[in-house]
Design a protein around this ligand. Structure first.
Ligand SMILES: [Zn+2]
Length: 244
């Protein structure tokens, strides 16, 4: 009998200990999640430059992001490093890119004019995803930017106010941003000689060729009939002048 009582006592002690250890783990998990949330605001980059024209939670709490008004063609960059989880055309969002970040957050860049990235592509913080536009259910050139604490879903239940992660007084102006990224506004005057062409070398991007040849990204895309992802192939000859 004493053997069974001892065994029962040991079991009770073991269960109590297991409970304590469990609590310790729960504490640890909670702390690391909180640290992650705290770490993000310091890391996030403004996805574009311009003026905030609408904030989170407006329109009877149906606006799940912020709107940044900027000229068509302004670069849109990834706020954090991650992997492109979607790059597609939506009836409402228009040309849209989603980026999934290693911390489990997902960011959304909507109403783009042109998308430069494909699903599954790894992007760095600051990688150009596309340009500001007016595609989808949009009235005027702007970026609609969303931040989700988890995966985006139709109810947008994971959405959070993007301004919680961005320093509002550091929002780049259009001019400063363009200077910083050395990107020329769409439809800017060209310096390319008439009938000049360029051959795509391995690793070249439309963005880079645009800079090197002083031709706007949008012009390169339009003049060469490139697809929405601005796909270019090594060895391909691109014209740096409009088709006649
Ligand atoms: Zn919006």
């Amino acid at each position: 009998m004493t053997g069974i009582v001892d065994f029962a006592k040991r079991m009770v002690i073991a269960l109590i200990l297991a409970g304590f250890i469990g609590l310790l783990f729960m504490g640890a998990i909670k702390t690391s999640a909180e640290e992650k949330e705290k770490a993000i605001p310091e890391e996030m980059t403004w996805p574009t430059g311009g003026t905030i024209t609408d904030t989170y939670g407006t329109r009877d709490a149906s606006h799940f992001g912020i709107d940044i008004g900027a000229a068509k063609g302004t670069p849109v960059v990834s706020a954090l490093a991650g992997t492109v989880s979607r790059s597609y055309t939506s009836d409402t969002y228009g040309e849209t890119v989603f980026v999934l970040h290693p911390n489990g957050y997902e960011t959304v860049y909507a109403h783009l004019d042109v998308r430069f990235v494909e699903e599954g592509q790894a992007v760095d913080q600051g990688t150009m995803l596309g340009t500001v536009g007016n595609s989808g259910h949009s009235f005027g050139d702007h970026l609609h930017f969303e931040v989700h604490k988890g995966r985006w879903n139709i109810e947008k239940s994971e959405s959070v106010d993007p301004l919680a992660f961005l320093e509002e007084d550091q929002l780049p102006t259009y001019t400063a941003f363009m200077d910083k990224h050395e990107v020329r506004p769409a439809n800017a005057s060209m310096h390319a000689e008439e009938h000049e062409t360029v051959t795509v070398a391995p690793g070249d991007t439309v963005y880079q060729l645009s800079r090197e040849n002083e031709v706007a990204v949008e012009e390169l895309i339009a003049w060469n009939n490139l697809d929405a992802q601005a796909t270019i192939v090594t060895g391909e000859t691109l014209r740096l002048y409009p088709p006649s």
